[in-house]
Design a protein around this ligand. Structure first.
Ligand code: ATP
Ligand code: MG
Length: 562
């Protein structure tokens, strides 16, 4: 990268305030001086992980890694109606693929339902929780406003009455919505989350792990701190929308006996332009068939990015470079692509592929002859070695590498002009043929036998170099090219995000010709197709039906802000 230095400066190197906080806390005199840092990543298993989750994963697992601590993987399955084993499996796969390890610390929040229930009983006994029989409408009407405190008519009922009703709630004596358990905190708090929040509700629903054992379920704000305490979490890292909930988090922690109190720290979530990340929106795209499953290469899901050819290192690098702060911002999609290019440029094997082929016949090359030529695998990495490619009388070249009437400064093929066939020979165009529709069907050229490898012996200058594939050994392939899934930079701000879906986000090229070695391409490997971008094998590719996806083009469109 020539402008690398400039980029380094501009790439929102905001640092990571969460790591700084943690460092302070474990240092001498800190809140948890000398403690082992223990974090968790707590996804709700109701969808596939996306690049936003990757940021959270890099913060949670990254903190543990940085400070030599631990990070748990915890399924936040306190909500009974939405869970699915398929999601649990995919979450594990994605976290592992990103390069993080939870060891033997894989947990379900629902494993702590008993602890949560017992603690709720203790809160009632201590006069810190009560059963409320208002209807949801009454609660809403009585919640007060900035100047008026809330009204809660059941607040001062006897402890024994609340205890009796709570146990009967648990035993299934009441229908959904009939009553709730509320924490007794502060009806006049300026923070509405503290105005005696509901901590348990009745929900006669089957839970995929606890079955029909429970018909009361804890609310997130009550459940989450207890999950953290039970697992010995020191730092509960989450996104900014929980900031207003932190007093309640602390209230629950302070009313629970524990040796190390977890601290919640919030950071800004990741937003990227030209895409959507909400599970609801992603689900709509998948379920209504606008994309090819949760791992469609156009989606910002981890599975989609993987199928697109993103490497774990490029995603981790992206997450590190955008930094962690409290400032809400939107990151350019092109920066994600920039990070991918950075990685692939060093690691991807080079290959030749013709996406829009036309035949070039080298009329002075002997018929039936085939030569083997040597070509480097990666000009940036000598250790990647070389490979053999075949050359013969007929090769495929890109249709747009020939012009009947070339403009000025066109250095590729036109009648009378010389061009270098990459690592092969210099050829001079002598003519072409058109089919009945007027399309060019064949191009003719003569080669210079004294230019093997691409440089003429007499030292004359050849301006253009084009890629090619030997007709005799070429592999047929389908290639998928992608554009943004949305035409609007911010689809979330549209009244209907579906109205800005890009009808041209996928272009399928059916008749591509690849150099023979690509028949042996492996899933997960990346290739740079010379002059065309970075590509990877698609999961649906078969030996007799090769399919490649373009991960990203060669041209970097990321412009750092000055
Ligand atoms: P969504 O809003 O996409 O449905 P969610 O927040 O409901 O996501 P969870 O499964 O609860 O999804 O998320 C697990 C963790 O990932 C949470 O700690 C959450 O804060 C974090 N997370 C989710 N989206 C983002 C994002 N865009 N950027 C950073 N962290 C995120
Ligand atoms: Mg959530």
């Amino acid at each position: 990268m020539e402008n690398g230095e400039e980029l380094e400066k501009a790439e929102a190197e905001t640092g990571n305030f969460v790591f700084e906080e943690i460092k302070k806390e474990i240092s001498e005199g800190g809140r948890v001086e000398g403690c082992e840092v223990h974090t968790r990543f707590p996804p709700e298993p109701n969808g596939y992980l996306h690049i936003g989750h990757a940021k959270a994963i890099c913060v949670d697992f990254g903190a543990a890694k940085k400070f030599g601590g631990k990070c748990n993987l915890r399924m936040d399955d306190t909500n009974p109606s939405k869970e699915d084993v398929e999601y649990v499996d995919s979450i594990k796969e994605d976290v592992k693929w990103l390069g993080f390890d939870w060891g033997d610390r894989f947990y379900y929040a629902s494993d702590y339902f008993d602890v949560m229930f017992e603690n709720a009983c203790k809160l009632i006994e201590k006069g810190l929780a009560y059963v409320c029989e208002q209807t949801p409408e009454e609660v809403k009407k009585n919640r007060g406003d900035a100047k008026t405190p809330a009204v809660s008519p059941y607040r001062d009922r006897p402890i024994s009455e609340s205890m009796d009703l709570f146990k009967r709630m648990k035993n299934g004596e009441f229908p959904d919505g009939k009553m709730t358990l509320r924490a007794k905190i502060d009806l006049s708090s300026g923070n509405f989350n503290m105005r005696d929040p509901v901590i348990y509700r009745i929900n006669h629903a089957h839970h995929h792990r606890t079955g029909d054992k429970w018909c009361i379920y804890p609310m997130y704000d009550y459940a989450h701190p207890i999950e953290d305490i039970v697992e010995g979490i020191t730092h509960s890292l989450c996104t900014l929308e929980f900031e207003d909930h932190r007093p309640l988090y602390d209230w629950v922690v302070n009313n629970f006996e524990c040796s190390v109190k977890p601290r919640q720290i919030e950071f800004a979530r990741l937003n990227i332009n030209n895409t959507v990340m909400s599970k609801r929106k992603l689900r709509k795209l998948v379920e209504e068939g606008y994309v090819d499953g949760w791992d469609d290469p156009r989606l910002p899901t981890i599975g989609g990015l993987r199928r697109r050819g993103y490497t774990p290192a490029s995603i981790r690098n992206f997450c590190d470079r955008i930094g962690v702060s409290k400032v809400i911002s939107t990151v350019e999609y092109s920066f994600l692509e920039h990070c991918l290019r950075d990685d692939l440029n060093l690691t991807a094997t080079r290959a030749m592929a013709v996406l829009d082929p036309v035949k070039l016949v080298i009329t002075n090359y002997p018929e039936g002859k085939t030569e083997e030529l040597e070509i480097e695998n990666n000009p940036n990495d000598e250790s990647a070695g070389t490979r053999k490619i075949t050359f013969s009388r007929e090769v495929y070249i890109e249709r747009d590498d020939f012009m009947e009437e070339p403009p000025k400064k066109y250095f590729r093929l036109f009648v009378g002009n010389e061009v270098r066939l990459k690592s092969a020979y210099v050829v001079k165009c002598t003519g072409f043929k058109k089919d009945e529709n007027g399309n060019i069907s064949e191009i003719y050229a003569e080669y210079d036998p004294d230019s093997k490898g691409g440089n003429p012996k007499d030292g004359r200058k050849i301006k253009g170099t084009i890629h090619w594939v030997d007709v005799n050994t070429a592999a047929d392939a389908t290639i998928n090219l992608y554009e943004n899934l949305f035409t609007s930079a911010n689809p979330d701000s549209e009244e209907d995000f579906m109205s800005v879906l890009n009808p041209e986000s996928l272009k399928v090229l059916k008749n591509c010709k690849l150099e023979s070695a690509l028949r042996n391409a492996k899933l997960g490997d990346s290739y740079q197709f010379m002059r065309k971008g970075y590509f990877c094998l698609d999961k649906n590719s078969k030996e007799n039906n090769l399919i490649f996806n373009r991960s990203v083009g060669l041209k970097d469109s990321f412009k750092p802000k000055k």
